[in-house]
Design a protein around this ligand. Structure first.
Ligand code: FMN
Length: 364
């Protein structure tokens, strides 16, 4: 093989820069049946934890339109078993032997490193995407300070060359939800405090549909004190609320279309969805039959859906799984107070409001 492909990475000499990623090749046994894995530059072991781990229940690998989703859940035989049964064979291969190690607590990582310190290997890859069960199940790799802390402690005792596998997930679900709630609430407050009283004062019908918002209100707002300020607040909140709703709607429909018709072009499909929605939207205002349909959505579907969602989050989903999802990418991880408020306050409120909607026919 050409010497031009030789690569030194993190102090390890690879004969070429091709390595199989952790979890995609087990411990290198199975792939040998298909090709000589020693042609590779490196091989990264399945992620190992201090104790054996059975992994997740249910479907673990799912092919999608644009790749593969996996939810293996760190199934592995544990570090000691790997040392006893696989390490020597992997070390004997003519390639860089990378051992991937994760943990569910700081102690797990440190004890795991101590064990691996006693044996030769080429590179230790630290997997910091695992949930920290002692800190609300937030992954170590999602917050810079937490990641820095665990890497610093591991590096202090690690005798091997060390690389860190960073986590690509960094969205802050709770912060995004708070922003959406803020804009929605601002829009609702402006409507309640300014628009509805103004409608009564001007003798207008508060349920007159889109024309109220886009034709009548601009006129009213011009006449009332601070009207322009209210207009800016209201319409900014409406734009943000509208864009985030569209994003939600397109995301789910688009992803399922791409899954069903993998040959569809993503941009063309999105453009088509935009045209369809715009076409429907422009024609909605003159169609008087929409009113009752929209009432069914806002009186029945939204409250029932929101209540089922609340129940499944706080009473059906496992607490650890919920906290992991919620804290992914969060600057400030939510803890037991958030969980208990959700379980014992938010869920009952959702049920009460759902009953109000259903029995009093109030739209939400
Ligand atoms: C079935 C499967 C199992 C995986 N298991 C692990 C693992 O145990 N440890 C780890 O750090 N990454 C694991 N990964 C992540 C891969 O190592 C890799 O980072 C990921 O597939 C992203 O690379 P890609 O964008 O080239 O697919 C796994 C991926 C797959 C598909």
């Amino acid at each position: 093989m050409s010497k031009r492909l030789e690569t030194v990475f993190a102090g390890a000499a690879f004969k070429n820069p091709v390595a199989l990623a952790s979890g995609t090749c087990g411990f290198g046994r199975e792939f040998n049946e298909y090709f000589d894995i020693q042609k590779l530059g490196g091989l990264c072991s399945k992620g190992l934890t201090l104790h054996p781990c059975l992994g997740n229940d249910g479907i673990r690998v799912w092919e999608t339109a644009s790749g593969v989703m996996n939810s293996v859940g760190m199934e592995n035989p544990g570090i000691q078993h790997f040392i006893d049964c696989d390490l020597e064979r992997m070390n004997a291969l003519d390639l860089v032997n990378i051992v991937n190690m994760g943990g569910h607590s700081e102690e797990d990582y440190l004890e795991g490193v101590e064990l691996l310190n006693q044996h030769p290997l080429d590179l230790l890859e630290l997997n910091i995407s695992c949930p920290n069960t002692k800190a609300g199940c937030m992954s170590f790799g999602l917050k810079a300070e937490v990641a820095r802390d665990i890497v610093k402690k591991v590096r202090a005792i690690c005798k091997h060359k060390l690389v860190v596998k960073l986590s690509p997930n960094a969205e802050d679900v709770v912060a995004l939800a708070k922003q959406t709630a803020l804009f929605d609430t601002v829009a609702a407050l402006v409507a309640a405090l300014v628009i509805i009283p103004a409608c009564f004062a001007y003798g207008l019908d508060v349920g007159s549909g889109p024309s109220l918002l886009f034709v009548t209100l601009p006129h009213i707002l011009q006449d009332i004190p601070l009207g322009r300020l209210f207009a800016v607040i209201l319409y900014t909140a409406m734009v943000f609320a509208g864009v985030s709703s569209l994003q939600n709607m397109f995301e789910a429909v688009g992803e399922s279309l791409l899954h069903r018709f993998p040959k569809l072009n993503r941009k063309a499909m999105l453009a088509l969805l935009c045209v369809i929605c715009l076409g429907i939207g422009l024609n909605m205002e003159p169609i008087f039959k929409w009113g009752p349909w929209m009432d069914i959505v806002s009186i029945y579907i939204i409250p029932i859906g929101a209540t089922l969602g609340a129940l499944s989050w706080f009473w059906i989903m496992k607490r650890d799984e919920l906290m992991e999802e919620i804290n992914r990418g969060a600057k400030k991880p939510s803890g037991p107070v958030w969980y208990n408020v959700g379980r014992f306050f938010y869920v009952p409120c959702a049920i009460i409001l759902c009953c109000v909607a259903l029995f009093l026919k109030v739209a939400f």
